[in-house]
Design a protein around this ligand. Structure first.
Ligand code: KIV
Length: 301
């Protein structure tokens, strides 16, 4: 990097100054300003999410379910996640872009986890990766931090552990389980985590953990006392084709909107009402006239 290209936060173009970083997220926590986060998986939705002022965009492995149609997050691969992260990266200017490490990409060894995480920064332009799991991930978080890879950790209902949990169930419901989650969160912070997603835990547990940390907690199904909130884009706009979970608030019905737009299109094509004159290209008048009056065909003798 040339030193002439360097802009510290607060100097240079306003777009650069307002870029969200983990430092600015921590400042928001300290100032008690809620952090907004949402998933996105492609260029067009990521642009809308970014331009709407969301602070953090997660290319979540939930894309396995809401984009690819699998019934869990487990099948999505590193290459598929990289492909979607690149599309999101091209769209986003302000938000911090976090890529989810898919199941299997950091479970075999720490070295493999670091190598896969580096690909998300190097090949797809992510600014951080997200991994699921508690204290067992501390070594990985330390190694990623050493490798300059910011890490968002994910505790509570961790969808990649669906089989171990015996389904998608609220976690941390006993005193012991709540204390274990709080201890995990503190250990992950000490290992270098930049933020912690708390999913599917009682609001009291999120309220217990959040003030124990300097880094922000981002809740999903964890009540209002986290430092920020995240939802899956497709849940927010009713594109998930499933009964929404208790914690989902639908802000729009894109499913109905898209359906009625597409039904209108099908109707118009079938009725020959689309395209019309104004939606058609035209030849210059003279060329059109000569096409309209073709030379007579020669009769066979
Ligand atoms: O994959 C995902 O979308 C997530 C969020 C629900 C936090 O992990």
């Amino acid at each position: 990097m040339s030193i002439t290209n360097f802009r510290s936060a607060g100097s240079g173009a306003s777009a650069v100054a307002s870029k969200i970083t983990f430092q600015s997220l921590q400042e928001k926590k300290q100032a008690k300003q809620p952090i907004t986060a949402l998933t996105a998986y492609d260029y067009s939705t990521a642009r809308i999410v970014d331009e709407s002022g969301v602070d953090m965009i997660l290319v979540g492995d939930s894309l396995a379910m809401v984009v690819m149609g699998y019934d869990s997050t487990l099948p999505v691969t590193v290459d598929e996640m990289l492909h979607h992260t690149r599309a999101v990266r091209r769209a986003v200017k302000r938000a911090i872009v976090v890529a989810d490490m898919p199941y299997g990409s950091y479970h075999v060894s720490v070295a493999e986890g670091v190598a896969n995480a580096v690909r998300f920064l190097k090949e797809a332009g992510a600014e951080a990766v997200k991994i699921e799991g508690g204290a067992t991930r501390c070594e990985l978080v330390e190694r990623l931090t050493d490798a300059e890879v910011p890490v968002v950790c994910h505790l509570g209902l961790t969808p990649q552990a669906v089989h171990r949990m015996g389904g998608y169930k609220v976690q941390g419901k006993t005193v012991a389980a709540a204390e274990e989650l709080a201890r995990d969160a503190r250990m992950l912070e000490a290992a270098g985590a930049s933020a912690i997603v708390l999913e599917g835990v009682p609001r009291e547990v999120a309220a217990l953990i959040t003030p124990q940390l300097q880094i922000p907690t981002i809740g999903i199904g964890a009540g209002p006392d986290c430092d920020g909130q995240i939802l899956v884009f497709h849940d927010l706009v009713n594109l998930s084709f499933s009964r929404p979970a208790k914690f989902v608030r639908q802000y729009a019905d894109a499913s109905s909107l898209f359906r009625s737009a597409i039904e209108g299109y099908v109707h118009d094509v079938e009725a020959r009402a689309f395209p019309d004159e104004s939606e058609s290209y035209h030849l210059p008048k003279e060329t059109a006239a000569s096409i309209a009056a073709p030379a007579p065909l020669l009769r066979k003798a």
